[in-house]
Design a protein around this ligand. Structure first.
Ligand code: IPE
Ligand code: IPE
Ligand code: MG
Length: 241
């Protein structure tokens, strides 16, 4: 749907780069994984806050295609945490009306984790209250490359005319094809960069860089950030009337 320049309502789709778990743990002289555990616990409160704030879609960055560069111990710890997290929260998602989706390339993930992800998507598929999308082994450049590969296959099979390819065509092949573009992207921990998150989709998103480390990000801070969004003027290239 084409965004309109005078749309000043709250954000329908919020995407969050949940950063700062490691620094949060270091401040407490604890291992990085302790910070990741504290970070995972934060997610439920933020998801639960969404309906009252008018946020219909929440997309969270949990693990990037670049995060494999971390120590094997940290990566393994994170993978175990994802498995435990999904297992533990699945029933809550079902009862609270949360529809869960995963984006990213899941083929590189442990088959048991993939199975859990598939199951979680299936059992929450009828839910409509909040659409929670978890980016796991997600990288925007990787997503675009995979999309182009799929698109090229359709061209090769004679199902798609290259001359007809436009922005909408490419959007159809992205992991996020069923989601609206994010209105607001929040990054915690004070870093002001995108780190390969939703590059295509956030072309016209508003950005908020928050100093708070992710494990300290409360629903109150979330509500404050959402409140500020309403005061922004989104122009989408046009001159406001
Ligand atoms: C974000 O926290 C979580 C993941 C990237 C998995 P970090 O682990 O990046 O925390 P910092 O940036 O080192 O503080
Ligand atoms: C981005 O955070 C990825 C996630 C939050 C999952 P990073 O901590 O990995 O990003 P860089 O390395 O600081 O850019
Ligand atoms: Mg980080």
């Amino acid at each position: 749907m084409a965004p309109s320049p005078n749309d000043t309502t709250g954000p329908r789709h919020v995407a969050i780069i949940m950063d700062g778990n490691g620094r949060w743990a270091r401040q407490r002289r604890r291992p990085r994984l302790f910070g990741h555990q504290a970070g995972a616990k934060r997610v439920r409160e933020i998801v639960e806050a969404c309906p009252d704030l008018g946020v219909k879609y929440l997309t969270i960055f949990a693990f990037s295609t670049e995060n494999w560069k971390r120590t094997q111990a940290e990566v393994a710890g994170l993978m175990t945490l994802f498995r435990r997290y999904i297992t533990k929260e699945m029933q809550t998602f079902v009862t609270e009306g949360v529809r869960v989706r995963f984006i990213g390339d899941r083929r590189r993930l442990d088959p048991k984790l993939q199975e859990l992800m598939d199951h979680c998507e299936t059992i929450t598929a009828v839910n409509t209250k909040v659409h929670l999308t978890i980016a796991l082994n997600y990288g925007a450049r990787d997503e675009v490359a995979r999309a182009i590969k799929d698109l090229a296959r359709e061209v090769k099979a004679g199902k798609l005319d290259p001359e007809s390819v436009d922005e909408t065509t490419l959007t159809r092949f992205l992991d996020t094809h069923v989601l609206p573009d994010p209105d607001l992207v929040i990054r915690t921990s004070g870093e002001a960069r995108i780190s390969n998150f939703l590059l295509w989709q956030s072309a016209y998103s508003e950005y908020e860089f928050i100093d708070t480390l992710w494990p300290d990000f409360t629903d109150e801070i979330f509500a404050e950030v959402i409140g500020r969004f309403g005061k922004r003027e989104r122009r989408f290239g046009a001159v406001p009337a």
